[in-house]
Structures are given as C-alpha cells and as structure tokens.
Design a protein around this ligand. Structure first.
Ligand code: HEC
Length: 154
C-alpha cells in the first residue's frame, strides 16, 4: 500500500476513535447542593417495601390525629404506613424533599386536588384524590409535618 494512503487512513481512524471516545464519556454532573431533581436511588429496596424508616412522635396533636385518619383512608394505599413510602408505588412524604420550605402545605392541597406529574421519582403520576376537602388535606399536611419533625425534617 502506498505510504500516504496508509498515513491518511490511520489519521482518519485515529480521529474517529477520539471523537467516539469523547462521545462515550459520561456528561460531568454539575453538583447542585440541596434539591436535585435526580430521583433518589431506591434500587436496593424491594418493590412495595417502605423507602425510609420513620420514627414516630411520642404523641400527635388532635389535628394531626385526624389527619392521620384521613391519610390512612386516602393516601397510605400508595404513600405507605406512616408515610414511609412504598418502593415502586409512591414516595415517602417523611423525606427531605418534602420539607416545608420545598413543599408547602399548599403543595399537599394542590397535589390532592390536581394530582402530580411524576418528577422527583420514577413511580408514575399521582392521580387527583376524590372526596376530600381542602381542610381534610390541610389536616393530612399537619400530620405529615409532625412525622417530619420527629425525623429531623423541619
Ligand atoms: C395512587 C397512588 C397515590 C395516592 C393514593 C396518593 N399519592 Fe401522593 N404521590 C404519588 C406519587 C407516585 C407521587 C410522586 C410524584 C413524583 O414523582 O414526584 C406522589 C407525590 C405526592 C406529593 C408531592 C407533590 C409534589 O409537588 O411533588 C404530595 C404532597 C402527595 N403525593 C400527597 C398525597 C396525599 C396528601 C395523598 C392522600 C390524600 C396522596 N398523595 C395520595 C402517588 C399517590
């Protein structure tokens, strides 16, 4: 083979190789402290199992107790007992993501009334929840806040 043909051929192969190698490198993650929109990794948890361990407060306020009843009737089927989540179904509401600064009580009312498009987790959408007043959901939020506080989420 002609030397120059070989030289040019090698050059092209090398060039393509370098472009391909760069293409295959993972994009560098930009570290965003606080609220990343990456779903937390729950791959080591069995489907349907709780996602977090929830410490229970010594007592609930009267409103939180009513909220607990509403929660158990309407939300626990997905969000799990004590709002600990169920892997593959729905997230724990006792979780840093849902601290009051990031998800206000209004976010609870909005979620129940309108449903939620999956965005923090890979569990699909939350449908609107029928048969609840705004006050009912407010009581659920009170309950979840008391659970959160007992777990250091303020
Ligand atoms: C059919 C299952 C299901 C039921 C029932 C359900 N949820 Fe959800 N909920 C979900 C899923 C799934 C998500 C996570 C969406 C995501 O990826 O961010 C979610 C997310 C939420 C969020 C976070 C909203 C946001 O803005 O990110 C709140 C608050 C919430 N649920 C409250 C409730 C309350 C209160 C009830 C009961 C009245 C309830 N959910 C009942 C499945 C459910």
């Amino acid at each position: 083979m002609n030397f120059w043909a070989w030289f040019v051929g090698a050059f092209i192969v090398l060039g393509l190789g370098m472009v391909g190698w760069q293409y295959l490198q993972p994009a560098t993650e930009v570290a965003t402290p606080g609220h990343s929109m990456e779903p937390p990794d729950t791959s080591s948890i069995d489907t349907g199992d709780p996602i977090v361990a929830v410490n229970l407060p010594e007592r609930l306020s009267t409103n939180a107790q009513i909220g607990k009843n509403v929660f158990e009737a309407k939300c626990a089927v997905c969000h799990g007992v004590n709002a600990a989540g169920q892997n593959g179904v729905a997230p724990p509401l006792v979780h840093q993501i849902y601290e009051p600064n990031h998800h206000s009580d209004g976010a609870f009312v909005y979620a129940a009334a309108n449903g939620v498009q999956a965005h923090h987790w890979d569990f699909g959408n939350m449908p609107p929840i029928e048969g609840l007043t705004r006050a009912d959901v407010q009581l659920v939020a009170t309950y979840v806040r008391e659970l959160q506080r007992a777990n250091g989420i303020n």
